[in-house]
Design a binder for this molecule. Sequence first.
Ligand SMILES: [Zn+2]
Ligand SMILES: [Zn+2]
Length: 253
Amino acid sequence: MSGSEAADAKKLVRSASGLRMVPELRAARSPFGLDEPPWVPDKECPRCMQCDTKFDFITRKHHCRRCGKCFCDKCCSKKVPLPRMCFVDPVRQCAECALISQKETEFYDKQLKVLMNGASFFVTLGTSDKSELMVCRLSNNQRYLVLDGNSRYEIEIVQISTVQILTEGFTPGEKDIHTYTSLLESQHITEGGNTRAIGMILQYKVPGSEELTQMKFTASEDYSSNKKLSASWLAAMHKVSKGGLRKSLQGAL
Ligand SMILES: [Zn+2]
Ligand SMILES: [Zn+2]
């Protein structure tokens, strides 16, 4: 087993919100994960925080598992999967949070799976003029980008500082390049139309070094099927970088 995927043991944890399956080691958790919010204490919410209905013996209060606020049954009736908090089953959420979680579930079911399945790229390290054909994928614990060829690299997601998606017909400096300041907390700088992604430039920190390392990925031109796979892998990377998750994070605050 490689370093990136060791220590993936999980344990079942029961909280007031529900049953969760979490990595045993905190350090092994997904960088896309979210902590459970503290629940607003009962005595601080005599009324539904959405419709203002007073709580009593008939109108019971429920806590949204995503934001921790109190609602009446009507305003907090949806049970929606919440993979970022590792809940085993769908959990009760307010209307606003349910919407965000539904979008994220799409992200987890599609984009992350594409990234974990991997695709082939010609990879160039730094300013080298040599490239190597490598299979790139997101590790099962979502913490590393793993590159396999004659050499092997493991780039920790939290160490990635910029992601540039290169689209067809690009020349450096043109607005067809999409730049993000990090995979996890990205700012969308430019957006071209629906152009096809053909490559990517990553900048990341190697632990113990202050300098950024650059790596360029170019979709393989040799086999059309591979090229299509590489394009969808890059499109998934683009969606992750675009800050869909960041927006959700803000929604949760
Ligand atoms: Zn209500
Ligand atoms: Zn909520």
